[in-house]
Design a protein around this ligand. Structure first.
Ligand SMILES: [Zn+2]
Length: 79
């Protein structure tokens, strides 16, 4: 049970926003949603993660919350 609790705590710590749709002091790296092309701003580690995924040919590596929600709804409807 201990392990589960630690994971949960780690999740909570990451609860700061590393992707926003406006520029902030830490989120100043511009990128766009792979689906709708909407512009977002990420902090450096998040931006580097996205870029790494794109370089590896995993396109559409980032989907904004809107697109993700739409996708989930579509997946649910086709079931
Ligand atoms: Zn999108």
């Amino acid at each position: 049970m201990q392990g589960i609790k630690e994971e949960f705590d780690a999740d909570r710590k990451e609860n700061y926003v590393s992707i926003t749709d406006f520029i902030t002091e830490q989120n100043k790296y511009e990128f766009s949603c792979g689906k709708c092309g909407k512009i977002f701003f990420a902090d450096k580690p998040t931006f580097e993660n996205i870029n790494r995924a794109v370089e590896q040919g995993l396109d559409n590596s980032f989907h904004c919350e809107n697109c993700r929600r739409k996708y989930e709804e579509a997946a649910y409807e086709t079931r």
